[in-house]
Design a protein around this ligand. Structure first.
Ligand SMILES: Nc1ncnc2c1ncn2[C@@H]1O[C@H](COP(=O)(O)OP(=O)(O)OP(=O)(O)O)[C@@H](O)[C@H]1O
Length: 126
């Protein structure tokens, strides 16, 4: 990749960030799962701050789930474009991308159960 000096590079980076944000906004508008995951992440972060538990596992879990949901949306859109007719490879691509989101979501659930739940239990004096 070529670099044309810091000012131009920053402009290009800013432009790319704008495209990335457009992808996030379009996914939020069109994908109900992504909306649920965004608000679940906000809730988990709120609990983590309130309970004063380490933020790193929560932040990483949110980034993993949301990032993979964005990739899953990209795979779905690409498959729908390239293979409107049923095809085994199209099915594999969609199902594998969906499985990646499911795996990350189970991991995030594990983080919630092992980091947030014990702290909540303690806070509530149980
Ligand atoms: N072109 C295709 N060829 C073969 N199988 C397909 C194709 N498109 C979708 N499928 C399969 O049909 C099932 C439903 O897919 P579909 O994309 O409609 O729903 P989804 O995966 O729940 O996504 P969405 O978020 O759009 O609801 C999945 O198992 C998927 O792999």
């Amino acid at each position: 990749m070529r670099s044309d000096g810091s000012a131009l590079s920053f402009r290009r980076w800013w432009r790319s960030a704008g495209f990335a944000w457009a992808g996030v906004a379009a996914t939020y508008r069109t994908q109900a799962n992504f909306r649920v995951e965004v608000w679940a992440g906000v809730l988990a972060l709120g609990f983590a701050l309130w309970l004063r538990v380490p933020l790193a596992p929560i932040l990483l879990s949110c980034a993993l789930v949301l990032g993979l949901e964005l990739v899953n949306t990209a795979v779905e859109a690409t498959v729908d474009l390239l293979s409107p007719q049923p095809h085994p490879a199209a099915k594999l691509a969609k199902d594998a991308a969906a499985a990646a989101v499911l795996l990350a979501s189970l991991g995030a659930l594990g983080v919630a159960l092992t980091v947030l739940l014990p702290a909540l239990w303690q806070r509530l004096g149980a």
